[in-house]
Design a binder for this molecule. Structure first.
Ligand SMILES: [Zn+2]
Length: 417
């Protein structure tokens, strides 16, 4: 439904004009690893002490907490968990969350560019990348020249086994009730890691999905053992999807030489987000015009699968203009195609993401399970900038201004009893 796709433009714009820097104090902002928030933020009501009522066939009100003294949200992110992966194999534990919770029936829509860092920051801030500032996985700050990189995101740096990450979160439920953090995150770098190497349809993905499901099972069991499974809110998402790529679907910038020379050092990222910052003195609109002329000429291999824009002329639904970190020239690549500087002998097939968030292959999952999520409810797809308001609403804390719609939480959550 359209209303879920449109952020509350008027109010966010006003908020940004008046309180430009408020997102720096965002209580949920973190890097996508494990984050723990202590209790003590304002607005936590005393817990109702009544027993969980037996579920009627149609629920309308949230179920009261039976054991925990305050709401707790565990936000789980499985990197590159494309929507539909849950059907690749038996996923009994994810299935249990879906059956007893609320699911975005056709998936969660990532923000553009559909890359890991921009999306994780959007999930925990409710802001589009232009506003939270992480506009790519790697970019140069135009003022200082400093390079931001997600190098530390490579799997080799993640030394903590998945089981241990789950157990760390479970361990916090052994603390005295008042010391249990209100917000925890669990991050798994799979199945993204396999998706890049082998593409989304390889049996390796099936194994990775089964493993993620086992981790969800471990979490559920641990929470059940502690008698808090029904009290805890679990929100399970991915950051983006994945699409198969192959080296016959390539566009080479060197092929544009008859129209315009694009030196490698103008290019901040090649694929699937082509981002170009020409040096001062070179007109970006001139570059765009010449590139598009070449791409449309029919003389550049796969040229029609790349369209180049001045960032101000990108479709507004991408929200990818309002930051000077975003280079002036952005290319949109057709699903499954890649852009490279020059020809090579490589013959590889794999997977990629980062494309236009309108592609279904870029969608990921959203499942909400807990006292405020109706059991077995299906909701239309929505953008992940809505999740922040959802979390702050469940935790009953005041969030920072953001691009999500203020009324979104009440449109999908059960009302307070
Ligand atoms: Zn990835």
């Amino acid at each position: 439904m359209q209303q879920y796709l449109q952020p509350d433009k008027m109010s966010t714009r006003r908020q940004f004009q008046s309180k430009k820097k408020t997102h720096r104090t965002n209580p949920l902002l973190c890097s996508p690893s494990t984050l723990i928030l202590p209790l003590g933020l304002p607005g936590n009501p005393p817990p109702p002490s009544s027993q969980t009522p037996s579920t009627a066939h149609i629920e309308s009100t949230a179920r009261p907490l039976s054991k925990l003294g305050h709401p707790v949200v565990i936000l789980i992110s499985s990197d590159g968990f494309r929507f539909g992966y849950q059907f690749k194999t038996a996923t009994p534990n994810i299935g249990r969350l879906i059956a007893n919770g609320t699911e975005a029936e056709h998936g969660l829509i990532p923000v553009f560019p559909t890359l890991t860092f921009p999306n994780h920051y959007s999930i925990v801030t409710g802001l589009y990348p232009a506003y939270h500032g992480i506009i790519n996985n790697r970019f140069a700050d135009p003022h200082t020249g400093e390079i931001f990189t997600m190098g530390s995101h490579e799997p080799k740096w993640w030394l903590v086994p998945f089981e241990e990450r789950v157990d760390t979160v479970l361990g916090y439920f052994d603390l005295p009730s008042s010391e249990i953090p209100i917000f925890m995150t669990l991050y798994f770098e799979d199945p993204d890691h396999q998706g890049h190497q082998v593409g989304p349809d390889d049996p390796e993905i099936t194994d990775a999905v089964a493993r993620i499901d086992r981790m969800i099972g471990r979490l559920i069991q641990g929470l059940e053992k502690r008698g808090v499974f029904d009290d805890v809110t679990i929100i399970m998402v991915g950051d983006h999807g994945m699409v198969g790529t192959c080296d016959k679907k390539l566009i080479f910038l060197e092929d544009l030489a008859p129209w315009i020379e694009i030196p490698g050092d103008w290019v901040q990222s090649h694929t699937p987000l082509l981002a170009i910052r020409p040096p001062p003195g070179v007109s970006p609109s001139d570059v765009v015009a010449k590139m598009n002329e070449g791409l449309k000429s029919g003389k550049v291999d796969n040229g029609k699968n790349l369209r180049v824009f001045l960032k101000e002329e990108l479709p507004s639904r991408l929200h990818y203009v309002a930051s000077d970190r975003i280079p002036p020239i952005i290319g949109l690549v057709e699903e499954g195609f890649k852009v490279e500087q020059k020809r090579s002998k490589r013959q590889e097939c794999g997977g990629a993401h980062g494309y236009d968030n309108a592609f279904f292959s870029m969608r990921t999952i959203f499942i909400g399970h807990g006292p405020e999520f109706a059991r077995g409810q299906k909701i239309p797809s929505f953008e992940n900038v809505q999740i922040y308001n959802l979390v702050t609403s469940i935790l009953k804390i005041q969030g920072a201004p953001n691009n999500g719609t203020q009324s979104f939480p009440q449109s999908i959550l059960l009302s307070s009893p």
